[in-house]
Write a protein that binds this ligand. Sequence first.
Ligand SMILES: Nc1nc2c(ncn2[C@@H]2O[C@H](COP(=O)(O)OP(=O)(O)OP(=O)(O)O)[C@@H](O)[C@H]2O)c(=O)[nH]1
Ligand SMILES: [Mg+2]
Length: 324
Amino acid sequence: MHRPDLADAVLAGDRRALARAITLVESGRADHRAEAVKLLERLAKSGRQALRIGLSGTPGVGKSTFIEAFGLMLTGQGLRVAVLAVDPSSARSGGSILGDKTRMERLSRDPLAFIRPSPSQAQLGGVARRTREAVALCEAAGFDVVLIETVGVGQSETLVAEMTDLFVLLLAPAGGDELQGVKRGIMEIADLILVNKADGDLKPAALRTLSDYAGALRLLRRRAQDPESFPKALPVSAQDGTGLAAAWAEMQTLARWRRENGHLAARRAEQARHWFEAEVRTGLLARLTTDPEAREALARLGDAVAEGRATPAAAAAEMLARLG
Ligand SMILES: Nc1nc2c(ncn2[C@@H]2O[C@H](COP(=O)(O)OP(=O)(O)OP(=O)(O)O)[C@@H](O)[C@H]2O)c(=O)[nH]1
Ligand SMILES: [Mg+2]
């Protein structure tokens, strides 16, 4: 499909066109990148915005089950829901795509939903760019809610928090001191902690875990711009649907508050600046490794430094001037 037609099709909400557009932004080819940049620029004019929700949780807590149930609840209200994944590990296992197709079977067939699994790109930086741009594409396509799922691996939660309006941490019931298992940094970026599997035999353990985390959240310093009660912890069951409506109500309350007080726009502006700078850094680094002249200069100046003919400082200044 020719690019202007692709843009129109995305704007019309065509899911196949959206999938193709995401493939375009994922491409590593230089000519595709140029096209992707133009496409994103054109689509940005639509000014459409979705509520961007980050969702993190370790393997097995029930993310896929939650997204299926939560997503269906939202589409049941007539909302259009896109699901994207940031999962650097899927490049290795290749398994999560298959798992998600079965766990999110009904949602993936829902005409109001769009599900895009992780790209087969191991590098987190590449995954981040692709996801950020995919969010922009989903917004242009008229989605109301964009859910970005990540497994708690390394830096992926921070990446997702840096591209979303709200961050939700999903936990499973645990006996004893699982608190230590959740890194403090993740607790600090969470707006909402949902303790899943609060059903059947697991319910008492879920409620204990909930009160542990509610206590831990009270000890964290509240973000000055948020309402008194946030961040907060709630019990849910992705399996039987308990608490999902309450969780959505909390997300909407917080989003509304942040929107009305200008914090949402400020956060997005800050995120846009961050990603612009990240893109520049990535581009500069890429030139060091792909541009033959830059590589040659790097090797030559490196030799000069190694042989004592130039100081590291002077050689670096010369190298940077060449890149500038
Ligand atoms: N009892 C109970 N089990 C649940 C619930 N949600 C998920 N499960 C079960 O927990 C297991 C893992 O669920 P998934 O949804 O695949 O978890 P996930 O977080 O997506 O796992 P990964 O994709 O491997 O990271 C499955 O056996 C689910 O049936 C729940 O609310 N209650
Ligand atoms: Mg899953």
